[in-house]
Structures are given as C-alpha cells and as structure tokens.
Design a protein around this ligand. Sequence first.
Ligand code: FES
Ligand SMILES: [Fe+2]
Length: 330
Amino acid sequence: MLDVLRKYWNPVARSEEITPTPTRHMMLGEQLVLWRTSDSGTVSVMKDLCIHRGAALSGGRVEGENIVCPYHGWRYGADGACTHIPSLPEGSPIPAKARTTTYPVREAYGLIWVAQDDDPAPFPDFLDAYESDPAFRMCYVSHYDWATSAGRVLENAMDFSHFNFVHKGYTELADGPVIKPYEVKRSDRGFTYAYDDGHLVRDYTVEFPFIVHDRKSVTNPEGGKTWSDDGESKAGDCTLLTFIAAPVDEATTRIHVLVSRNHGLNRPDEDFTSGFDVVMNQDKVIVESQRPEQIPMDLKEELHLRMPDAHAVLYRRMLREIDLPEGYMP
Ligand code: FES
Ligand SMILES: [Fe+2]
C-alpha cells in the first residue's frame, strides 16, 4: 500500500546512531538494516534480509567494508553484492544473484535519509540555505513517535488555526483565532503560504509529501504570545521550525524536529528546544485521536473551511495526484 511513497526521501535515523554495529529500522513498513563500514565510514541501507535463507542481517556484524550474515557467514559489501560465501571452496565463483537489496542513502542535517526506490524523487534540500548561512545556527530538537499516519502529522504541522485552542499560552496567534485571508502558492517541490498575526510573520514551506518548515520572523516584539520568542526578541529575529514526518508504517510516524535561528546564538540551544516536548505532546493527544488514522481520500469526507484550511485542501489535492491505490491516503 505504501509503495507509491517509496521514491520519496525519509530520515530513518540520526547520523550519530549509525556506527559499524548494524541496527534495524522500519520505514514504510519495511525492515531495513543500517550500518557504517568501519574503514571508510560509508553508510549503507539494505533490506534487513539475507538472500540465502532470509536471516536478518542486523543480527550480524561489520568487518571492514562488509556486513556478515549471522547465520552462515555470507558477506556483503555496502553496494549489496555478496563478496564471500564461507561454505564454498576457496576460489569458487560467487553467484551473480547473491546480493541484497540496497537503497539510495544520503547524510544531511545530522540525519540519514533513505529512498526505497532506485529512481528517487529530488532530495528535499530546503535546509541547505540555512545550514550554509553563517547568520543561522541549526540544531536537532528531538524525535517524537505518534500512533498515526504521516499525512495526519503533516496536516497538524501545517495548521495554525489550532494554536489558540491546543497551545494556549505557548504559541497563540497574537491577534486571536479568526483567520484572515492568506494565499497558498504551489511550487515545484510543494507549496508555500504566509500568515501575519501582527507580532510574527510565519512563512510556511512544505516539501511534499512529509516536511514542513515554519519560519517565524518577529516584526513587532511587543505583544507576542510565543514561548520561544519571549523576553529578548527583537524585530528581524527568525526562528525556523522544521518538522519531518517519517512514515514508519501506515499508522506509526516518527517526527524529527530541527530548529534554525539567527538570534540568541550565544545562548544554549536548550533555551530554544526545551519547550517542544510540551507543545508536541499537546498535539499528539489530538492527532492520535483523529479517525480514520489516514487522511480520507475524498475531499468531501471532512468539512473544510475555505480560509483556515486552504493549505490542507491543496495538500490533499497533491496527495491525490500521486498514484495512490484505491481508497488509500497516507
Ligand atoms: S541466511 Fe544469511 S548466510 Fe545463510
Ligand atoms: Fe500544534
């Protein structure tokens, strides 16, 4: 069911977690093994399955540039080709079919990304501009595991009309709950929209299908109601919140959160990251209660309001444009 999503890049682990000790990770309902070669430090992502008798390679070990299956000791290189079968006499040819399935992998923003398809979609590289800008500092906040689909998580991260209800006292719209007109613009990788509450302008960038960047720029330091901008905020301060919803399976999502900021660079990162646990848990309770867990396929099944939900209407339209199986939405 999740096959049409396989071409998109998802973060499957943090870079620092992946060492020469193989580890097992699920993405799109598929068990993967991640490991780093001990000589060159190359990261490899494979289906966690030995072609010989189906043992999990994550139970094996890394030797140099190879991973060794725990069952009969077959060795595979980072490209998936079998390099040694201990039960064959020295010098015997290795059958050409003796290989595991490997997937395209990238290390970026402190995360290991995988696309479970040989012909992946373009890499979601919006954060490159922030990572390379010396005025900004990027840091990893945490990951959160929610019992729902990545589509529901993404719609929550895009939505600002719930702030004054779910996040009272944390991240409210300064001018109240009535949503003024705003424009949603489609781009080649997703879409953008902006909302000004008189204190902050929030510029949203969606990298389709499962990444939202919420850039908060302070325009009027007085009267803000956002916990991360309390106290010392001044006009021009920008805080970019990045939410990446990784579809572990149809009803399990791991959310990675990063923050980039151009202010308070001499203050500890914790000043800007510590509030997320509370806010994310406020959302989790609501989003895990949504039924069905997957976004309804038919736009008519839930009631959309033209202004507050304009981003969600476009998002659902874009999901329908990818070749999803009958009746299924992420
Ligand atoms: S199952 Fe892996 S070597 Fe036999
Ligand atoms: Fe929220």
